[in-house]
Each structure stands twice: as structure tokens, then as C-alpha cells.
Design a protein around this ligand. Structure first.
Ligand code: SF4
Length: 299
């Protein structure tokens, strides 16, 4: 099993600047998207992109969304971010774990290779950072890296696939074909059972999470347990990020606590809906890569 875990060196990392539990910071070199599957229905990025345009915060977000029945939806337009946004990691001296394209899909079919190339050149030029590129289109990552084999062996780039239901587990097979230092799964938002067993061969890290927000769809304790149990059995680091809403937290659903009581009992009340799973937090990282605040490295 090639996961790259054994080759990733532990090094000093920057203070966390993202609300996302499994990364240090976000970097959005490309913008815009369109829905890929039911996991996209309540896409946070779609709402956030609309807000950024409405507030005039970045010209790159112009025309990415429109209002339909009063709700923002993607128009399908995609593009390159501003120069400042594109070059963000070059100005960060302390080694940082960047979630790449939290606001888009790096491997959206309409993204130009030239934009991806520019972002990859920056990743290549900054080996002190670690990049987590998460996509719902791993088959396009395979094609792109087939055309750009000079980027295929970067040790600081992880490629991940989002899988929200059993119907999307084909993405795990596609991900296995992606050349990457580490391949990871984001099983979030988990909106239906994907087990009882998933094939995690070639996968070096698995994240689960329930959906958050007003229209959040429920997550079931057993669905998460099934993913965790596969990871434990196969020795794959497992990270349960959140339940998404206190309504879905097992302390409420199974143990009958009120959401307020659950928030007092959960081991991570800061996570959306808490994150305790069978009496503990599961926050394993590949090769124990530290995400906790650390002193920035000099040089
Ligand atoms: S792929 Fe990601 S950014 Fe694109 S619509 Fe789906 S959830 Fe949103």
C-alpha cells in the first residue's frame, strides 16, 4: 500500500488560521464551480462566493453565482483568482498546511490547465508547505497529472476525493490512480451509508463529518462507525471532524440529552455539533503532522 505516510517528515507548522479542523489555512488560487453530486446541494462555497461578490471583496468572484428563488447558485463560470490570492503561499514563511480550493474544485472540467499549472508551480516552489487538494473529480486529476508528470511526484501535495454516499465510492477507485504523496478521503457531508465496508487500500487518511447549516441532512452514528472501523482495521489515520448539528450528535440521538447538555459533555464543543465518537475524539493525522499551534520556523 503506497500512502506516503512514512515519507512525510514532521516539521514545525504555522498557527491555525482556518475554522476547518483538519488544516492550518486555506488557499484559493482558482474560483467558481458547478454541482457535481448530491453532496454539493448545500455547498458552502456557493453562498460564500455570492457574499464575496456582493461585498465587492474580489473581482475574481464576479459572475460566479446568481440568485435563483432568492438563493445563490453557481453559474458555472470558473476562473483564476487575483494575483494576490494566487501568490498567497509565497509570502508565508512558516510551514503551513494549506487546504487548496476550499471555495471551488481544482479539478473542475472547465478549469484551464494554465491556471492549474501556475498553482502547481507555486506548490513546487514552496516545499516547506503541505498542500491538501480536495476534489469531487479525481478522474480529472488523473488526466491532468498524466499530462503534467513534472508535478506528479511532489512530496508536499496530497490529493483527496470527497465521497458522500455509496453511489460516489467510484471516486475512491479513481483516486487510487492519482499519483500523489498521499491520497485522502473526505467522507463529508456524510448523507447516507457508504459502508459497511469501503476499500481504503492506497488511501493514507480518512476524514468524516456531518453536514452543517440550516438545511443540513442528518448523519447516522453507525455510518461513521463503519468508516472508522475500516480505518482502524487497515491502520489508516482517521479524523472525525464534526456531527454538523447538535441535533445529529449521538449524545442527543442515542443518549437522549438535550443539545445544550450534549454541548457541555462533548469533547469538542467548538466543532459544529460536537465531534465525540464513542467517548473520544478521533483526530488522527498522517504521520502525526502537527496542526496544533507551533512557533513559526525561521529561515
Ligand atoms: S465540488 Fe465543492 S465547491 Fe463545487 S459545488 Fe460541489 S461542494 Fe461546492
Amino acid at each position: 500500500m503506497t500512502t506516503g505516510q512514512d515519507k512525510l517528515a514532521t516539521k514545525p507548522y504555522a498557527r491555525r488560521k482556518s475554522d476547518i479542523e483538519w488544516t492550518n489555512a486555506t488557499w484559493n488560487p482558482l474560483v467558481g464551480c458547478s454541482l457535481a453530486s448530491p453532496g454539493c446541494t448545500n455547498c458552502y462555497a456557493m453562498r460564500q462566493a455570492h457574499r464575496i461578490e456582493a461585498m465587492g471583496m474580489s473581482p475574481a468572484y464576479k459572475g460566479l453565482t446568481k440568485l435563483v428563488n432568492g438563493k445563490p447558485v453557481w453559474t458555472g463560470k470558473v476562473g483564476r483568482a487575483t494575483n494576490a490570492a494566487m501568490r498567497k503561499p509565497l509570502g508565508v514563511r512558516a510551514g503551513t498546511v494549506f487546504f487548496v480550493n476550499s471555495m471551488s474544485d481544482f479539478f473542475h472540467p472547465d478549469m484551464a490547465d494554465a491556471w492549474r499549472d501556475e498553482a502547481y508551480e507555486i506548490m513546487k516552489a514552496t516545499p516547506h508547505h503541505t498542500y491538501q487538494v480536495l476534489t469531487k473529480r479525481p478522474e480529472i486529476a488523473v488526466e491532468y497529472l498524466g499530462r503534467r508528470d513534472r508535478f506528479a511526484d511532489l512530496r508536499n501535495v496530497w490529493i483527496g476525493a470527497s465521497v458522500e454516499r455509496a453511489q460516489e465510492t467510484w471516486r475512491i477507485d479513481a483516486l487510487r490512480l492519482v499519483p500523489a504523496a498521499l491520497r485522502f478521503l473526505s467522507v463529508e457531508p456524510l448523507i447516507a451509508r457508504i459502508g459497511p465496508v469501503i476499500d481504503v487500500s492506497g488511501i493514507g487518511w480518512v476524514i468524516t463529518g456531518g453536514e452543517s447549516g440550516g438545511d443540513a441532512r442528518p448523519v447516522d452514528l453507525e455510518w461513521v462507525r463503519e468508516v472508522r472501523d475500516v480505518c482502524v482495521a487497515e491502520g489508516v489515520p482517521f479524523f472525525h471532524k464534526q456531527w454538523g448539528s447538535w441535533r445529529f450528535n449521538p449524545l442527543v440521538v442515542r443518549d437522549g440529552l438535550t443539545p445544550r447538555e450534549a454541548a457541555r459533555r462533548d469533547l469538542d464543543p467548538e466543532a459544529k455539533g460536537g465531534a465525540s465518537l464513542d467517548g473520544r475524539l478521533w483526530r488522527q493525522m498522517p504521520n502525526d503532522l502537527p496542526l496544533a499551534p507551533r512557533r513559526a520556523a525561521k529561515g
